[in-house]
Design a protein around this ligand. Structure first.
Ligand code: HEC
Length: 106
Protein backbone atom coordinates (compact mmCIF):
# COMPACT_ATOMS: atom_id res chain seq x y z
CA UNK A 1 0.00 0.00 0.00
CA UNK A 2 1.35 3.41 -0.86
CA UNK A 3 1.56 6.05 1.83
CA UNK A 4 -1.13 8.27 0.34
CA UNK A 5 -4.15 5.98 0.68
CA UNK A 6 -3.31 5.10 4.27
CA UNK A 7 -2.94 8.78 5.13
CA UNK A 8 -6.30 9.41 3.51
CA UNK A 9 -7.80 6.54 5.50
CA UNK A 10 -6.39 7.93 8.73
CA UNK A 11 -7.90 11.31 7.92
CA UNK A 12 -11.25 9.72 7.16
CA UNK A 13 -11.27 7.89 10.47
CA UNK A 14 -10.43 11.11 12.31
CA UNK A 15 -13.30 12.91 10.61
CA UNK A 16 -15.78 10.09 11.07
CA UNK A 17 -15.30 9.60 14.82
CA UNK A 18 -16.80 12.91 16.04
CA UNK A 19 -19.71 12.50 13.62
CA UNK A 20 -20.49 9.11 15.13
CA UNK A 21 -20.42 10.63 18.61
CA UNK A 22 -22.74 13.44 17.55
CA UNK A 23 -25.19 10.90 16.16
CA UNK A 24 -25.36 9.02 19.42
CA UNK A 25 -26.00 12.26 21.31
CA UNK A 26 -28.88 13.10 18.97
CA UNK A 27 -31.63 11.63 21.16
CA UNK A 28 -31.82 14.57 23.56
CA UNK A 29 -32.38 18.20 22.68
CA UNK A 30 -29.85 20.73 23.88
CA UNK A 31 -31.64 23.91 25.02
CA UNK A 32 -28.49 26.04 24.68
CA UNK A 33 -28.06 25.08 21.08
CA UNK A 34 -31.80 25.60 20.62
CA UNK A 35 -31.45 29.12 21.98
CA UNK A 36 -28.91 29.87 19.25
CA UNK A 37 -31.15 28.44 16.54
CA UNK A 38 -34.17 30.29 17.91
CA UNK A 39 -33.09 33.55 16.28
CA UNK A 40 -34.36 31.97 13.05
CA UNK A 41 -37.84 31.88 14.54
CA UNK A 42 -38.21 34.82 16.91
CA UNK A 43 -38.52 37.37 14.11
CA UNK A 44 -42.04 36.08 13.55
CA UNK A 45 -42.85 34.10 16.68
CA UNK A 46 -41.74 36.90 18.96
CA UNK A 47 -38.92 37.45 21.36
CA UNK A 48 -38.69 34.33 23.56
CA UNK A 49 -41.34 32.67 21.40
CA UNK A 50 -44.10 34.97 22.66
CA UNK A 51 -45.87 36.68 19.85
CA UNK A 52 -48.11 39.76 20.11
CA UNK A 53 -49.17 39.47 16.50
CA UNK A 54 -52.18 37.24 16.08
CA UNK A 55 -51.13 35.74 12.78
CA UNK A 56 -47.96 34.40 14.34
CA UNK A 57 -48.70 31.82 17.04
CA UNK A 58 -46.69 31.89 20.26
CA UNK A 59 -44.44 28.86 20.46
CA UNK A 60 -43.02 29.36 23.95
CA UNK A 61 -43.85 26.74 26.57
CA UNK A 62 -44.99 24.06 24.13
CA UNK A 63 -44.07 20.67 25.47
CA UNK A 64 -41.23 19.12 23.46
CA UNK A 65 -43.42 16.34 22.08
CA UNK A 66 -46.08 18.74 20.88
CA UNK A 67 -43.46 21.04 19.43
CA UNK A 68 -41.74 18.21 17.60
CA UNK A 69 -45.04 16.86 16.30
CA UNK A 70 -45.99 20.36 15.14
CA UNK A 71 -42.66 20.79 13.38
CA UNK A 72 -42.97 17.40 11.70
CA UNK A 73 -46.44 18.28 10.45
CA UNK A 74 -45.10 21.56 9.09
CA UNK A 75 -42.18 19.79 7.44
CA UNK A 76 -44.47 17.18 5.92
CA UNK A 77 -46.58 19.97 4.46
CA UNK A 78 -49.64 18.84 6.44
CA UNK A 79 -49.90 22.38 7.69
CA UNK A 80 -48.79 25.52 6.01
CA UNK A 81 -45.84 27.47 7.23
CA UNK A 82 -44.62 30.76 5.90
CA UNK A 83 -41.10 29.50 6.06
CA UNK A 84 -41.67 26.07 4.65
CA UNK A 85 -38.27 25.90 3.06
CA UNK A 86 -36.54 26.88 6.25
CA UNK A 87 -38.40 24.44 8.47
CA UNK A 88 -37.72 21.67 5.96
CA UNK A 89 -34.01 22.27 6.16
CA UNK A 90 -33.96 21.67 9.92
CA UNK A 91 -32.69 18.25 10.96
CA UNK A 92 -34.02 16.05 13.76
CA UNK A 93 -31.35 17.23 16.14
CA UNK A 94 -32.08 20.88 15.44
CA UNK A 95 -35.79 20.35 16.05
CA UNK A 96 -35.02 18.52 19.30
CA UNK A 97 -32.78 21.42 20.35
CA UNK A 98 -35.45 23.99 19.51
CA UNK A 99 -38.10 21.92 21.30
CA UNK A 100 -35.90 21.74 24.41
CA UNK A 101 -35.32 25.49 24.32
CA UNK A 102 -38.90 26.64 23.74
CA UNK A 103 -40.11 24.24 26.42
CA UNK A 104 -37.99 26.15 28.96
CA UNK A 105 -39.88 29.38 28.17
CA UNK A 106 -43.31 30.31 29.42
C1 HEC B 1 -41.78 34.37 8.43
C2 HEC B 1 -42.37 34.19 9.74
C3 HEC B 1 -42.08 32.90 10.49
C4 HEC B 1 -40.84 32.41 10.85
C5 HEC B 1 -39.47 33.03 10.60
C6 HEC B 1 -41.10 31.17 11.56
N1 HEC B 1 -42.44 30.94 11.62
FE1 HEC B 1 -43.34 29.36 12.56
N2 HEC B 1 -45.16 30.03 11.99
C7 HEC B 1 -45.39 31.19 11.26
C8 HEC B 1 -46.82 31.30 11.00
C9 HEC B 1 -47.51 32.43 10.24
C10 HEC B 1 -47.41 30.15 11.60
C11 HEC B 1 -48.90 29.74 11.56
C12 HEC B 1 -49.05 28.77 10.42
C13 HEC B 1 -48.96 29.47 9.09
O1 HEC B 1 -49.98 30.01 8.66
O2 HEC B 1 -47.87 29.52 8.48
C14 HEC B 1 -46.34 29.38 12.21
C15 HEC B 1 -46.55 28.21 12.90
C16 HEC B 1 -45.54 27.54 13.59
C17 HEC B 1 -45.76 26.40 14.45
C18 HEC B 1 -47.08 25.75 14.77
C19 HEC B 1 -47.59 26.40 16.04
C20 HEC B 1 -48.87 25.79 16.54
O3 HEC B 1 -49.73 26.57 16.97
O4 HEC B 1 -49.00 24.57 16.49
C21 HEC B 1 -44.56 26.01 14.94
C22 HEC B 1 -44.25 24.86 15.90
C23 HEC B 1 -43.58 26.92 14.36
N3 HEC B 1 -44.22 27.84 13.55
C24 HEC B 1 -42.25 26.84 14.61
C25 HEC B 1 -41.31 27.68 14.04
C26 HEC B 1 -39.90 27.53 14.28
C27 HEC B 1 -39.25 26.49 15.18
C28 HEC B 1 -39.28 28.52 13.57
C29 HEC B 1 -37.78 28.76 13.45
C30 HEC B 1 -36.99 27.62 13.05
C31 HEC B 1 -40.32 29.27 12.88
N4 HEC B 1 -41.53 28.73 13.19
C32 HEC B 1 -40.09 30.39 12.09
C33 HEC B 1 -44.45 32.11 10.85
C34 HEC B 1 -43.08 31.97 10.99
Amino acid sequence: MSIIPSAALALLLTLAAPAALAERAAAEGDPERGAELASLCTGCHGQDGRSNISRYPSIAGLDPEGFTAGMQALQAGERGHLLKRMTRSLGKQEIADLAAYFATLE
